[in-house]
Design a protein around this ligand. Sequence first.
Ligand code: 5RP
Length: 233
Amino acid sequence: MDVQTHMKELVAAEAARHVESGMILGLGSGSTAALMIEQVGRRWQAGEVTDITCVSTSFQATGLAQEFGMPLAGLNDVDHIDLAIDGADEVDPALNLIKGGGGCHTREKLVDARADRFIVVVDATKLSDVLGSFPVAVEVLPDAYRQVMVALTAMGSQPQLRMAVRKAGPVVTDQGNLLIDAAFDQIAEPRELERAINNVPGVLDNGLFVGLADEVLVGDVDGDTASVRSIRR
Ligand code: 5RP
């Protein structure tokens, strides 16, 4: 296994150690979250944790939980979520995030915001002094995509409809909507921008996650050595 993969495995394993028996657990999306779900799944199958209920953020997370036979529930079936663990595309020093590289941010925000504790799993390349290196994903109703793109341009971004690979046309989200990637230079006021984008008619939600993360587990690689550190709020 190469050192980058080893580092991601370490971060995922460290996050999975926070899962305890009896928890209602939010399962994030993306490649790092997928490794975490596998680690939780192994602990579940080994009987190390029992009586957990998983709330999924995506088709991907649901499939992985099913592979390991972990019990799933919908957001409307649970009265709280103890812990959510999810990846991110960019993290600032205040632990504000840009998510949505995998196009799952609408359900991710529902789950991550609902959790009593939200842990983010990333590698060190995702850390940034000011958000804006990664475009802000915006999920839109298909009928609204053109007018939302006009509104995002007026906000100073360069919006692009996310196109599919190995399928003609745009990416369609798990909810049947479209995605616009809005590139902003430096996002000085992420909370204001998050609200402004969500105020545009036709927008479901965007990938700015402000004030939600409690802890970020960061994987580092130094030569052949991988390590994990924690940044808390
Ligand atoms: C999906 C996400 C992912 O968590 C984010 O894109 C990070 O993914 P990865 O761990 O593969 O880099 O927000 O919508």
